[in-house]
Every structure is written in C-alpha cells, then in structure tokens.
Design a protein around this ligand. Structure first.
Ligand code: F6R
Length: 241
C-alpha cells in the first residue's frame, strides 16, 4: 500500500487525477471504476481541465460505477447516473455506451445485480477503481456488517449513511433506503485501487482503516489485503497519524 500526503483538497484532487491520467495514457481502453460523492469532485474537475487542454483522451475508456440508489430514475438530480453525467461525463469525450452504472429503476434486485456483475466481467474486470471513504468505513455502499459482502448486491443503507447523505436531499425522509452496490469482492478484484480521503472528520476512520484490524465492521479495512492500493489523503485526514 502506498500512502501519499496531500496538502489540502486541491492538492489531493490533482494527485488523484494524475494517477488516473497515467492509467488512461498507459492503457487508453482501460476500465475505470468510478465513485460519486464529494471526494472525487475535484479529481473529475481536474481531469476535465486536462481533457479540454488536449492532454487526455477518453474515447476508448470504459467506466463502471460503484453504486446507485434503488428507486431513483436517471433524471432525478440525486441519482448517481445524473451525478456522473453532470460532474464528469458530459465534459469529456467518453462514449456514453461505454459508461455503466447500476440501474436503480430495476425492481428485481437479483436480476440487476447479476446483470451488473456480468457487465464487469464482460469488460474483463476493472483496471483502476477509485474509492471515497464513508465515515463508518464503508466503500461503495458496503456498510459495516458481520461479514464481507461479495459481488454486486442490494443493501439497506445504514442510519449514519442516510444522515450523511441527507444534505443532498430535501430531508432525511427523502433519502432512498436502499442501493445497489458492487460488493467487497468486486472491489477487491480491481487490479488497482485508488482511495481518496479528505477532511478531519475522516481522520479517525482513515486511521482505523489503515492501522486497525481487518474486519467487516470497518469494510474498507479489507483494502490492507489488496496488493496494489494507493491512498491519497490530505493533511486533515491524516491528522491521527
Ligand atoms: C460513492 C460511494 C460512497 C462514498 C462515500 C464517501 O459512489 O460509493 O462510498 O465514496 O460515502 O462520500 P463523500 O466523498 O461524499 O464523503
């Protein structure tokens, strides 16, 4: 595991964007695993800037997103489909047909999860998976549990996740209660993982993830077992080290 210390969020975003750029330059038809949330916004902005300068080409890149709320249509401004389009895809030359996100409107969980697993396997797996970190140690929507979840599945969101995400909705009652997410095994099968963590509010959980025991109660702790993980965190997030 490599740990890079960034000065602040902007520095973190530039470092993360550099790592993703290197992947795209070295393998133009790579499969990028992407995340939503606040953490990757600066990274996406930086990648867009470099694309617009002519330094990056996404025309052959394929993407698979970690997760999607169940029950939100694509045009809902809180769906992860909408987020990815607004914050990244619409400003780069990725082929929309090459972008994949779980279908939140498929009511049959088993059907949607096996479809999504098949999509990832047909693409030949994920070359580089970008991850943010939840306050309770979740990655994707893999919440603390008594066992590590395996492949794509439907989850009930933890109260702390509903609480953290309510800032994007009119109220906590409007936050969907379920989501589709890649499983821990899906994430661990990515050839490379890039975890980005910013802010003092993530300092304790980042410490636990990297130094604590490997346990499903802290889902991201499993990353200690992956052979190619890069962590980029800002000074605030590293304040417990
Ligand atoms: C997003 C995702 C989540 C977030 C996590 C951190 O696709 O899978 O695990 O990465 O909740 O969210 P932020 O970055 O908003 O703090």
């Amino acid at each position: 595991m490599r740990l890079y210390r960034a000065k602040d969020y902007n520095d973190l975003s530039r470092k993360a964007a550099n790592i993703i750029s290197a992947q795209v330059i070295m393998k133009p038809d790579c499969v990028l695993g992407l995340a939503t949330g606040s953490s990757p916004l600066g990274t996406y902005r930086q990648l867009i800037e470099w694309y617009k300068k002519g330094d990056l080409d996404f025309s052959e890149v394929k993407s698979v997103n970690l997760d999607e709320y169940k029950g939100l249509p694509k045009d809902n401004d809180q769906s992860y489909y909408y987020f990815m389009h607004q914050n990244f895809f619409k400003d780069i030359n990725i082929n929309p047909e090459n972008t994949h996100i779980p279908n939140g409107m498929e009511p049959d969980s088993e059907k949607e999860c096996s479809r999504y697993n098949q999509v990832i396997s047909d693409l030949g797996g994920i070359d580089l998976q970008l991850l943010g970190l939840g306050h309770n140690g979740h990655i994707g929507f893999n919440e603390p549990d008594t066992a590590f979840a395996k492949m794509t599945h439907c989850v009930d969101l933890a109260p702390s996740t509903i609480e953290a995400n309510k800032r994007f909705f009119a109220s906590a009652d409007d936050v969907p209660r379920q989501a589709y997410t890649m499983g821990i095994k899906t994430i661990m099968q990515a050839r490379k993982i890039l975890l980005i963590v910013s802010g003092e509010d993530k300092a304790q959980i980042l410490y636990d993830v990297l130094n604590g025991p490997i346990t499903p109660h802290v889902p991201a702790s499993i990353l200690q077992l992956h052979s190619d993980v890069t962590v980029v965190a800002d000074e605030a997030a590293l304040s417990k080290f």
